[in-house]
Design a protein around this ligand. Structure first.
Ligand code: BTN
Length: 253
């Protein structure tokens, strides 16, 4: 693979790899070398792609959008969760622009018809005890063969092309996604980001089961706070903020 599918990225610093362990690692190293905000790492294949909570991210070579963007958001460390929300919103808008109806499951799954089509992974890059950057990783299943059929079933996953019912060039998707990300970046601290996330979300107002570390609890997903934490109303009436964890929607069809 040659990367000849990549769109014109203007002056954006970009590194393309036919194969790489994980674009996240390249972005992290590049950030520490001083990459500017918006610098983008793209791969056709990852041999050690990773997701949240230590999971593996699988994608057939050339089937998916696999990218990591170096961001230097003006955010206090406790609000870094907003970068995940920003990635999900930018991708949801990109898919909506194709005529699809995406949903966002807190914090990082983008879904089509209740199935995961993409995941977002925001990793902080520290230089000593100083927050240097965020590596925002995005993986989108584009082609129908992104995952074997049994894996699509097992993960309740789907692909852009299956949902669209027609081919979707990755270059077009990438160009649109980067444009949406660039538009949101200066607004990462604004209330409109959370409002837009809320419009796409499929989590709020639902009963959820939460696994956070060794703990499990359930409750009603009530709202987001300013940090992007999910506020879960537990059965004893208390409101519990969740900054990280796995959420299962209990009343899902
Ligand atoms: C998740 O749903 O858990 C997040 C998945 C993030 C996957 C992307 S693919 C590009 C980038 N490189 C990685 O190793 N992971 C992210």
């Amino acid at each position: 693979m040659t990367g000849d599918w990549l769109p014109d990225l203007g002056g954006r610093p970009c590194r393309y790899f036919a194969q790489v362990p994980s674009t996240q690692d390249i972005a992290r190293a590049w950030a520490l070398e001083g990459a500017a905000t918006g610098a983008t790492v793209i791969a056709d294949e990852q041999t050690a792609g990773r997701g949240r909570l230590g999971r593996t991210w699988l994608a057939a070579p050339g089937s998916s959008l696999l990218l990591s963007i170096v961001l230097r958001p003006a955010l206090p460390p406790e609000e870094l969760g907003r970068v995940t929300l920003l990635g999900a919103v930018a991708l949801a808008e990109t898919l909506a622009g194709l005529g699809l109806q995406p949903g966002i499951k807190w914090p990082n799954d983008v879904q089509l018809a209740g199935r995961k089509v993409a995941g977002i992974l925001a990793e902080a890059v520290w230089a000593g005890d100083r927050l240097s950057a965020v590596a925002l990783g995005i993986g989108v299943n584009v082609r129908r063969d992104a995952l074997p059929p049994e894996a699509l079933e097992a993960y309740r996953a789907t692909t852009v092309e299956a949902a669209l019912g027609r081919p979707c060039p990755r270059g077009v998707l990438l160009g649109d996604l980067l444009a949406h990300l660039d538009a949101w970046m200066p607004r990462v601290r604004e209330p409109i980001l959370l409002e837009t996330w809320t419009q796409y979300n499929v989590t709020l107002g639902r009963r959820v089961d939460v696994a956070a570390g060794h703990e499990r609890f359930s409750g009603l997903a009530e709202a987001l706070d300013d940090r992007g934490a999910l506020l879960v109303r537990q059965d004893d009436g208390s409101l519990r903020p969740l900054l990280a964890g796995e959420v299962t929607i209990l009343d899902e069809a």
